[in-house]
Write a protein that binds this ligand. Structure first.
Ligand SMILES: Cc1cc2nc3c(=O)[nH]c(=O)nc-3n(C[C@H](O)[C@H](O)[C@H](O)COP(=O)(O)O)c2cc1C
Ligand code: SF4
Length: 489
């Protein structure tokens, strides 16, 4: 049986009672009976790594947040349900199928770090998932699961940066999702302790908020932000134990991972696999892909493209990193011989340049140049672009970047230029297939085995309007009062 159902059940769980009948609720009971430290020890021993893309060790993060708690104000747990990585539909699938498992994981985390608030942060466009999470929260509250806790469900904006954890905290505080310098364990949400004297590194970020710290009473509390799938793994670890969790997967990437397959595949879909499973098996089982036809695979818009010789890679953070790429959120977009990777690169560059907030000048400006020149290359317009200019901008685009978006240009576009030089040459020699950038956009649904992409992405301008003509101003400049309601986005 190549697939697993640890976090993605085969049938939807429709009520808290049904969840309990299947063994749900035992993790929370167990967590309430033991010291907080013991919960964190078990999560750390399991080796669970965050499923939001970076694979950060979850136990270490929980320990850091717990260590930074303040004596007077309780911390907050935030469930990152903002899924916006092109090629990924796994968090939304988990929330649709079994939101109770996510709720239980978040409540266990709240107990572990001594939080008094849990926030489920989704996008307001995620109507089905919002309904499922709200129902699950209401049932959990009615069952007494949330005693002593405030639980909120937040319906946020559609921006890609809303998924970046500090951008998400900004949105929860009522501002635009512009990433911060300070990490969540140093500065959480809710500016109850705002003071006029505080200094922020960049004036376009929310200012006047004290950084959280372990000692002083005047400091604000930290926030734990984890991905939906990360929380969905918690109950299993607590009930079955760290060794059970490690019974599948690799030493450095234990457990399972929920994968999405889309692109040039006979069918699109989502399924959960043991870490260590060869990538080719995921493509074959989920997508029905003929491996001999695969020309390249892209993991979201965050990592270097994989070549045909990489298809035996075991699913793991370490194996993908060793291949010069990254596992990310295991959203695999497949390309075959009919694909034009220059057009794909132009689509990725456009997506990243549009979604950049512009707080860091090179990210927005170099990103736009990379996007424009790749579009020119693909459009075969009279003046052939200098690919060297794209390469030069790739060197500087991430200078001074406060979040990872800028370096995603380097990983994806750099890999296309390095690993597939023939596609660029094809355009320069006017032998290429595509004449315009490929649409790279978040998945909004999967219907009858095909993904539906967010078509609005094609009309979004780099100033975050949908006006016919871009103003040329970056979102950070255009929205610089930071106080306008996020609903306008
Ligand atoms: C541009 C950008 C977009 C991101 N989008 C998401 C997202 O939609 N969902 C998510 O869980 N993490 C996203 N992340 C990662 C989060 O910042 C953060 O690492 C994650 O929520 C941490 O949870 P984890 O440790 O459980 O993985 C994004 C990061 C960046 C740089
Ligand atoms: S790196 Fe780019 S997206 Fe991230 S904060 Fe800076 S300008 Fe915004």
């Amino acid at each position: 049986m190549p697939t697993h159902q640890r976090v993605l059940a085969s049938d939807p769980v429709l009520s808290l009672d049904a969840y309990r009948d299947g063994g749900g609720g035992r993790a929370l009971d167990a967590a309430r009976r033991v010291e907080r430290e013991a919960i964190i020890d078990e999560i750390e021993a399991s080796g669970l790594r965050g499923r939001g893309g970076a694979g950060f060790p979850t136990g270490r993060k929980w320990r850091t947040v717990a260590a930074n708690c303040t004596p007077t104000l309780a911390s907050t747990v935030v469930v990152n349900g903002a899924e916006g990585e092109p090629g990924c539909f796994k968090d939304r699938s988990i929330m649709r199928v079994d939101p109770y498992r996510v709720v239980e994981g978040a409540l266990v985390a709240a107990r572990a770090i001594g939080a008094d608030t849990v926030v489920f942060a989704l996008k307001r466009t995620f109507e089905r998932e919002l309904e499922r999470i709200r129902d699950a929260v209401a049932q959990a509250q009615a069952a007494g699961w949330s005693e002593g806790l405030t639980i909120d469900v937040f319906a946020g904006p559609s921006e890609y940066l809303y998924g970046e954890e500090t951008g998400l905290l900004e949105a929860l505080d009522g501002r635009y999702p512009f990433p911060r310098v300070a990490p969540p364990y140093r500065r959480g949400i809710d500016e109850v302790l705002a003071t006029a004297g505080d200094v922020e590194a960049n004036s376009s970020s929310a200012a006047k908020v004290q950084l959280a710290g372990p000692d002083g009473e005047t400091l604000g509390p930290p926030t734990l932000v984890d991905n939906v799938e990360t929380f969905a793994n918690v109950a299993g670890v607590i009930v079955e134990g760290a060794e059970w969790f490690r019974s599948v997967g690799t030493d450095d990437s234990p457990g399972t991972i929920v994968c999405t397959v889309s692109g040039r595949a006979p069918r699109h879909g989502v399924a959960e696999f043991a870490m260590g499973t060869p990538l080719r098996e995921v493509l074959e089982v989920v997508g029905g892909v003929d491996i001999a036809q695969v020309h390249a695979v892209m993991t979201g818009v965050s990592n270097a493209l994989l070549r045909p010789e990489d298809l035996d890679l075991p699913l793991s953070y370490e194996h993908f990193a060793a291949a010069g790429s990254g596992l990310g959120t295991a959203g695999f977009i497949v390309f075959d011989a009919s694909s034009d990777l220059a057009a794909v690169g132009a689509g990725v560059a456009r997506f990243l340049a549009v979604e950049s907030c512009g707080q860091c000048t090179p990210c927005k400006q170099d990103g736009r140049v990379i996007s424009d020149e790749l579009a020119t290359l693909v459009g075969r317009r009279p003046h052939a672009v200098e690919v060297t200019n794209i390469s030069a901008r790739l060197v500087t685009v991430a200078d001074g970047a406060r979040c990872n978006l800028a370096s995603q240009h380097q990983s994806v576009i750099g890999s296309i230029l390095d690993r597939f030089p023939e596609v660029v040459n094809g355009h320069l020699e006017h032998k290429a297939k595509a004449t315009e950038p490929e649409l790279i956009a978040p998945i909004v649904d999967i219907v009858d085995g095909r993904v539906l992409l967010d078509q609005h992405q094609a009309d979004k301008q780099p100033d975050w309007t949908f006006d016919a003509i871009d103003s040329g101003r970056s979102p950070a400049d255009r929205l610089d009062d930071h106080r306008a309601p996020h609903e306008v986005l």
